[in-house]
Design a protein around this ligand. Structure first.
Ligand SMILES: Nc1ncnc2c1ncn2[C@@H]1O[C@H](COP(=O)(O)OP(=O)(O)OP(=O)(O)O)[C@@H](O)[C@H]1O
Length: 253
């Protein structure tokens, strides 16, 4: 029996103020797969991630994470209770361009906060796990520092540890290196590469084409809210079917 996809999106549509931003998106992501979502500015990439994470509620279509429907109780078709929605949303973790760390908490507290308060983990267990994750991203030595004292690359590595502490089924990255100085980009990409090697399921919006090419199993290209091309990176970056993708790749060189 083949394994259920971790993420399964069917006919997803989303409009803002009557303007369709996502149209009939279908996407399946298998366990351990890395999918890069590319497209020009305004094509709907962030909105897609935000719908998967239920930061935005889709107008139509369905999203299943680990076989469980987001947003709707499948037994009765009603919206999920806030509590049930929170537990399903925790199956997805989002890494934002702007880090979104709690400024009043230390690095260690930032990583421990949600496991203790949302997952109900004991403090000692959460602390042990947080230290392990901070070691993994090379930030254990800063555990007692506050976010303001960290570089952008360091903040993003803490943000990644914080997401991993919730043990999500899929990690969503929304331009995780776009706010960083060029010399800090590599340290965050290295952590992401390690995550992919460890088998994390990841969906990635990025402008780092070389990175997308190196780590992706699947690349999808959005144009005005539709997926107009999807392919393995070898094909996508060397021999795309659409003229639109060809032009996009030329301009991103
Ligand atoms: N909350 C919102 N309210 C109204 N319009 C929105 C909202 N969020 C996004 N949009 C619009 O939806 C469209 C798609 O935006 P989105 O941010 O998903 O694109 P994107 O491909 O991620 O762009 P970029 O690469 O510039 O970040 C844009 O026209 C944007 O202005």
């Amino acid at each position: 029996m083949s394994e259920l996809p971790v993420v399964s999106i069917r006919r997803l549509c989303k409009s803002f103020d009557g303007v369709e931003v996502l149209r009939d998106i279908d996407l399946e992501v298998k366990r351990g797969e890395v999918v890069s979502v590319l497209g020009s500015s305004g094509s709907g990439k962030s909105t897609l991630l935000r719908c998967i994470n239920w930061l935005e509620e889709p107008d139509r279509g369905s999203i299943h994470i680990g076989g469980v429907r987001m947003g709707v109780d499948e037994r009765n078709g009603r919206p999920l209770s806030a509590r049930r929605l929170a537990s399903i949303r925790a199956r997805t973790g989002m890494v934002f361009q702007g880090f979104n760390l709690w400024p009043h908490l230390t690095v260690l507290q930032n990583v421990m906060e949600a496991p203790v308060h949302v997952r109900g983990l004991g403090k000692e267990e959460a602390r042990r796990r947080a230290v392990e994750l901070l070691e993994k991203v090379g930030m254990a030595h800063k555990r007692d520092s506050y976010p303001f004292s960290l570089s952008g690359g360091q903040k993003q590595r803490v943000a990644i540890a914080r997401v991993l502490a919730m043990e999500p089924e899929v990690v969503l990255f929304d331009e995780p290196t776009s706010a960083l100085d060029p010399e800090r980009v590599g340290e965050v990409l290295a952590v992401m590469k390690q995550m992919s090697a460890e088998g994390h399921t990841m969906i990635l919006v990025t402008h780092e084409m070389d990175f997308a090419r190196a780590v992706s199993d699947q690349v999808v290209f959005l144009e005005k809210g539709r997926i107009i091309e999807r392919a393995a990176p070898g094909k996508f970056f060397t021999d795309p079917d659409s003229e639109r993708v060809r032009r996009f790749l030329e301009l991103s060189d």
